[in-house]
Design a binder for this molecule. Sequence first.
Ligand SMILES: Nc1nc2c(ncn2[C@@H]2O[C@H](COP(=O)(O)OP(=O)(O)O)[C@@H](O)[C@H]2O)c(=O)[nH]1
Ligand SMILES: [Mg+2]
Length: 396
Amino acid sequence: MDKVHIVIAGKRNTGKSSLINCIIGQEKAVVSDIAGTTTDPVKKSYEIPGVASVVFIDTAGIDDEGTLGQLRIGKTLDAIRQADAAILVISHNRFGEEEEKLMSEFQKSGQPFLVLHNQSDLEPLAESLRHEIKTRWHADILPFSTLQPERETLMKAIAQLVGKPKQRSLLGDIIRPGQLILLVTPIDSEAPTGRLILPQVKMLRDILDNHCMSIVLQPEEIPTFFTRTPIRPDLAVTDSQVFGIVARQIPPEIPLTSFSIVFARHKGNFARYVEGTPHISRLQDGDRILMLESCSHHVSCEDIGRIKIPSLLRKHTGKQLEFDFIAGLDRIPRPFTDYALIIQCGGCMVTARQLRNRLQPAIDAGIPVSNYGMALAWMQGIFQRATAPFLGKETQ
Ligand SMILES: Nc1nc2c(ncn2[C@@H]2O[C@H](COP(=O)(O)OP(=O)(O)O)[C@@H](O)[C@H]2O)c(=O)[nH]1
Ligand SMILES: [Mg+2]
């Protein structure tokens, strides 16, 4: 299950870092009475038993000053946009322009949020402010003090904020209990030693959750599987890199898709990818393509995104293409409109919200978007087959 990211925002010195320390019970975030102690967003994981796995993100004050302060505010705003929920920390009944800006930011992105009046031991929450927040923002405000914490009330409020996140199944709407799923996972030089990669493990778990059965094999064993057993799988899922070879070996009546397409649908903006991917065949000389990697430490993704897809695209289109590569959540240097196409990685290390928010400005600007798996499928001529199992269901 994805972790729920909760951003803690507010003015300097309201006690944001103290609040995180109070929740997790250790001195992870640096606390001080010098305004501006927290600079870059700091993340801390915490398990709320029976509720969710949470990552708290401590941010710099939204009222930070100076040139560096402006940069920090920028990072805080980025952290807010990428979070699933937010806690706005205020104190001394101060609720002004900055807080209003944050509240409208939360509301704009549809984030659930909680307002916390901290340092209530120094100055209790005024009834008039509670009333204003209720009537103007339809939000509750919780009085709190990290010095005399009522932890139970706080955790209850956080649990409510997070809710019990619904866990969507990867394959749930295309498989039925009792079905047999064939998973093709090459063990090549890119495979990690002694284990499977996360998407494969997640898929196996999903198949078990759906009371289906799976057979896992490498591409080389496909012919043996079909000659040695009479079994006809109900669905086959393959690593997208070997899609071409696998597609030829698996009988056409067996629905076939790829891990990355399943995850694109689970996490990314599948409908837009389906629309955007065919644009590959309309690329022109001089077109610029943005390769968006969501993390900066996955060697095999890096290889696919930086080497394989660009060279395949050049070969497939026969055009002179320019590529920009952006890793992690780095800023995109050019305006989106400079790009003829944007190709996003599978996003296995980021949340669905992070992935969607990252691409939304490009979609708004009308730029075609695709992802690694869908682009590979297109160039291998198996796009239709790989997306067919999901067509008519893509608006999940
Ligand atoms: N009296 C009182 N002081 C607090 C409380 N929470 C934090 N502080 C103090 O307020 C100062 C700023 O806290 P900090 O967590 O660094 O604030 P941040 O800038 O919002 O991260 C520190 O000196 C804290 O010890 C509280 O509930 N009551
Ligand atoms: Mg701080």
